[in-house]
Design a protein around this ligand. Structure first.
Ligand code: GLA
Length: 551
């Protein structure tokens, strides 16, 4: 974590207050504040199966309501967070139009892309497209090299919300880390530029333009940008967030345990580079594909979620089994992936085949000594035998073993009663404290156990209303770590940075403080009424609050 903050922040020593955007050189386009979720055509449909009928069938499967889940809730893939439907390779016609614009294969997409994006949007979903940094895509279709501006503008005009840009057939002088950063920046800038051209054109065309329309327009348009150069010596994690929102860290995944485990192992080690707006991408999900067992499908989900990885389904969702749906739609595990603190999990310990992976989660209550929340996965990486595993205090970085945790098994959906994590005899929803290290008698080979561990009252004050005249009372409520009065916030720790996010997760203001004191966020679009997430990043960790400002 320390490494991450060190990279992301420019400390302004000696300056009382300085505004520094998150990652001063980052793209910071406001998208992917949590890892993107959706579907991609590649893993199951490949080159031959990409067409309008299959894409629409996937869209239907995403909004389809299923039988009540373990909570008694009727959910769909859409309602648990999956929203993008991403077209991968093989959508284009064989050549560009006379004006050099790309165009789709009319046999595969008979109604055309404007119709398709509009239809998908009307279903409440979003839609992505695919291109390549080189002269041709990996399957040999038109690439964007030399056509970045044209392509970006066309994708925006067609109504796409997401672009994955691949790395085949790249001119050799760019086939290195610096060249890759150059080509991805070129497209990243082209997308941002295209977005603003489109925005301004719409503004000019509408004489009844209002701020409300402008805001809703901004919500609709804008492209999440996915880099796909497969990691390795191209090191996209070092510059990915200056150009885009996520970057592939490995070669292509396939539906086997060795591939899933290999991609994940490379990616989990890169934890310090991930954060809101810029994510490591170990590739699309294979859950439900090939002959993967239920154990491996579940491990795949656990490993991606503890890694804060993008969750892009790659199976035949219109025909998936109930077991596959249950795994893909586990809201408790998805919440680990989507946690808005945005820290990727890291390997805390490896003991033989047992690996313990820890992901600190957002704590609303600012008492950082007593209130903590972690997701923890115990993995048995053995391919031949079940094994026992445990979570130790030291895995969590906790030296005071008198502390007590509540522990919840995220697949059994219950708080645990005894120190054994697999305790099927435990009645649901009893919250018992556990004070010893946790022990699991048997984890299947290639299997995982996923738990939530809570200490103290991490979520006890979810929303606080602040009026300028009663800040003393609020100050007392919030504790001495994050105190707000009217338009000002008290930053109690030096070398800290305060960020303000709207409830869509977009950062709308930030203040860096070299020393403790009161800082104002007026004049930066905040505190005109409304609810915001305020996060204070200190060298010792982050604390967050949801605050409703009253006009
Ligand atoms: C590359 C990418 C894959 C997929 C194919 C399409 O291999 O890594 O994810 O997009 O190209 O041709």
């Amino acid at each position: 974590m320390v490494k991450k903050w060190g990279r992301k922040f420019l400390w302004a020593a000696g300056t009382v207050m300085l505004l520094v955007p998150v990652g001063a050189f980052a793209l910071n386009n406001g998208y992917a504040r949590t890892p993107p979720m959706g579907f991609s055509t590649w893993n199951y449909f490949g080159c031959n199966g990409i067409n309008e009928a299959n894409v629409m069938a996937v869209a239907q499967s995403m909004v389809q309501i299923h039988a009540p889940n373990w909570e008694g809730k009727q959910i769909s893939l859409q309602s648990v967070g999956y929203k993008f439907i991403n077209l991968d390779d093989c959508w284009p016609a064989t050549s560009r139009l006379a004006d050099s614009a790309p165009t789709w294969n009319t046999t595969k997409f008979s109604h055309g892309f404007p119709w398709l994006t509009d239809t998908i949007h009307k279903m409440g979903l979003k839609i992505g497209i695919y291109s390549c940094c080189g002269t041709a895509t990996c399957a040999g279709y038109i690439g964007s090299y030399g056509y970045e501006k044209k392509d970006a503008l066309t994708y925006v005009q067609w109504g796409f919300d997401y672009l994955k840009e691949d790395w085949c057939n790249v001119p050799s002088q760019y086939n290195n880390a610096a060249g890759s950063a150059t080509l991805y920046s070129r497209m990243g800038h082209a997308l941002a530029h295209a977005d603003s051209i489109y925005y301004l054109d719409s503004l000019k065309a509408d004489s009844n333009w209002t701020t409300a329309k402008a805001d809703s327009m901004r919500k609709v348009h804008g492209i999440t940008f996915s880099l796909c150069n497969w990691g390795g010596s191209l090191t996209p994690w070092l510059y990915g967030d200056t150009c885009g929102n996520l970057w592939r860290t490995t070669g292509d995944i396939n539906a086997s345990w060795s591939s899933i485990y290999g991609n994940w192992t490379t990616t989990i080690a890169l934890y310090s580079y991930a954060g809101p707006g810029g994510w490591n991408d170990p590739d699309m999900l294979e859950i439900g594909n090939g002959s993967l067992t239920n154990t491996v499908n579940q491990s795949h989900m656990d490993l991606w979620c503890i890694c804060a990885a993008p969750l892009l389904m790659g199976n035949n969702t219109p025909a998936m089994s109930a077991a596959t749906f249950t795994i893909l739609s586990n809201r408790e595990v998805i919440a680990v992936d989507q946690d808005s603190l945005g820290l990727q999990g890291h390997k805390a310990r490896t003991t033989g085949n047992i690996q313990v992976i820890v992901k600190p989660l957002l704590v609303h209550n600012p008492d950082t000594v007593n209130n903590k929340k972690f997701a923890v996965v115990i993995l048995n990486a053995s391919t031949s035998a079940a094994a026992a595993g445990s979570i130790k205090w030291s895995d969590l970085g906790i030296t005071d073993t008198s502390k007590q945790f509540r522990v919840r098994n995220l697949w059994l959906h219950r708080w645990l009663k005894s120190r054994s994590i697999i305790d099927t005899a435990t009645p649901p929803d009893t919250m018992e404290t556990v004070s010893e290290s946790l022990y699991v008698a048997s984890i299947p080979l290639e299997g995982t156990v996923h738990v939530l561990m809570e200490m103290g009252n991490p979520d006890s004050i979810p929303v606080t209303s602040v009026r300028p005249e009663d800040y003393e009372r609020v100050a007392a409520q919030l504790g001495n770590r994050m105190t707000i009065r009217g338009n000002e916030v008290f930053i109690p720790v030096g070398l800290s940075k305060l960020q303000v996010f709207d409830m869509k997760g977009r950062e709308i203001a930030s203040v860096s403080a070299s020393q403790p004191g009161w800082y104002s966020f007026s004049g930066r679009g905040v505190v005109h009424g409304g609810t915001y997430l305020i996060r204070l990043n200190t060298p010792a960790g982050a604390i967050s609050r949801v605050v409703a400002f009253v006009k």
